[in-house]
Design a protein around this ligand. Structure first.
Ligand code: HSE
Length: 432
């Protein structure tokens, strides 16, 4: 494919939004940045040109970056000849925050896929964009391959939603899907997710639920106009899940999925973590790296589903945002965010016990009920495994009850030493 984009030396900065060529400063040339540069290079229709690329190492080969694009290692060089749009794909907080704020302050539209930055500083960035009436687009930050945030930004009545549930981390969903289908642990699927470019540079952000929690915070800024700290969201990861947990979920008519959930009908309640999803739920069939978001409002339920991770998918959405940023009507005004402290909801729980000599199912049910945890149904149990679905309860209550079970069922004394051999796990359960 040939490029029609003129990549010879620029003579002057573009000041007109209608100018034929859109000059881009690209921050970050990792997996997504390289894929974006390739799209720009190969685009036969688009009038785009990367003039500057902020990279960590100027000497490293960047095969997708046109040789005429100037590589810089400090942000200041980006603004000597102001670009038409700043594309921020660095990830992390600094220097991304400083450079994005600088661009917005100068009235340079910003496109970012950086959920960490948006989650931590969304209120500040939105305020800066509003002050200078400058587009700030972040469609690729959440469910990268499904363009829905920009749509709702322009359609405030359709965006009147009061709760959401979804799968927003492709890596965790890919791992749990592979672990279920191949009956394996998480190590091999995680390595594959890294190879495919789904995982974050530090994949613990994916498998510990933090990436999904950050995306939930961004969604809550967008739909609930709420300013929430990511570390205030109940967040759990998928590390502790084993094949037996997945099998028990299947026996009880469901599957384990990395879920985000929030409801702000009253006080805002939220969580991010693996949850039991009944097979009849719309999220149950969202497999592999696919993502989905279900938005509930008084006018009904909206479902968005599609690819959520991967360099090409993300780069394509970034490219669309760049083109949209150039045509976004001014003035740009984001609603003010209100600082909110989320609480955790009461939900049903999927609990599993593993041990060497567990009590019988009836005794377990009795003990749990003495702590206010009541079972809806149990899976076939033996002396080594037990699994059940509870009626809704608070996290604190279910954790207290399971600690009591562990203490009662797990402590044995061998050669004078106590040996604890009962492990209890709990996962939230979604309702259909
Ligand atoms: N690591 C992220 C995921 C990339 O797996 O969903 C897309 O945000």
């Amino acid at each position: 494919m040939t490029s029609v984009v003129a990549l010879d030396t620029r003579s002057a900065p573009s000041t007109s939004r209608a100018s034929a060529t859109i000059h881009i400063a690209l921050l970050g040339c990792g997996n997504v940045g390289s894929a974006f540069a390739a799209l720009v290079r190969d685009g036969s229709q688009n009038p785009l040109r990367i003039t500057h690329a902020l990279v960590r190492d100027c000497l490293r080969p960047r095969p997708t970056l046109h040789p005429a694009a100037e590589r810089v290692v400090t942000g200041a060089a980006l603004f000597t000849t102001p670009p038409d749009v700043l594309v921020e794909l660095l990830g992390g907080i600094e220097p991304a925050r400083t450079l994005v704020l600088e661009a917005l302050h100068r009235g340079i539209p910003v496109v970012t896929a950086n959920k960490s930055l948006l989650a931590a500083h969304g209120a500040e960035l939105r305020a800066a964009a509003t002050r200078s009436s400058t587009p700030l687009l972040y469609e690729a930050a959440v469910v990268a391959g499904v363009p829905f945030l920009s749509t709702f930004a322009r359609r405030p009545h359709a965006a009147e939603v009061t709760s959401l549930a979804g799968i927003a981390n492709g890596t965790s969903n890919y791992i749990l899907t592979r672990a279920r289908d191949a009956r394996c642990g998480i190590d091999k699927p995680l390595a594959d997710a890294q190879r495919l470019g789904y995982a974050e540079p530090d994949p613990s952000s994916d498998i510990d639920g933090i990436d999904a929690a950050q995306k939930l915070v961004v969604l809550l800024q967008h739909f609930a106009h709420a300013n929430i700290r990511t570390d205030a969201v109940e967040t759990t990861g998928i590390r502790a899940i084993d094949c037996a947990d997945i099998d028990h979920a299947a026996e009880l008519g469901g599957t384990l999925k990395p879920v985000i959930f929030a409801d702000w009908t009253g006080n805002l309640q939220a969580f991010s973590g693996p949850a039991f999803v009944p097979l009849r739920h719309q999220l149950a069939t969202v497999d592999g790296a696919e993502n989905a978001i279900i938005l509930n409002g008084r006018r009904g339920r909206l479902v968005f589903r599609g690819p959520g991770a991967g360099p090409e998918v993300t780069a394509a959405t970034v490219l669309d945002d760049v083109l949209e940023a150039m045509t976004t009507p001014r003035p740009v005004a984001f609603p003010r965010l209100e600082r909110v402290e989320p609480t955790t909801p009461e939900t049903g729980w999927f609990v599993t016990l593993a041990g060497s000599r567990l009590p019988g199912g009836a005794d377990i049910a009795d003990l749990l009920s003495s702590y206010g945890i009541y079972l809806q149904r149990t899976s076939a149990s033996g002396r080594e495994r037990f699994a059940a679905m509870t009626w809704p309860a608070s996290r604190a209550r279910v954790e207290t009850a399971l600690r009591a079970i562990e203490a009662a069922a797990g402590a044995t004394v061998q050669h004078g030493a106590a040996r604890h051999s009962c492990v209890a796990k709990h996962f939230r359960a979604l309702e259909v």
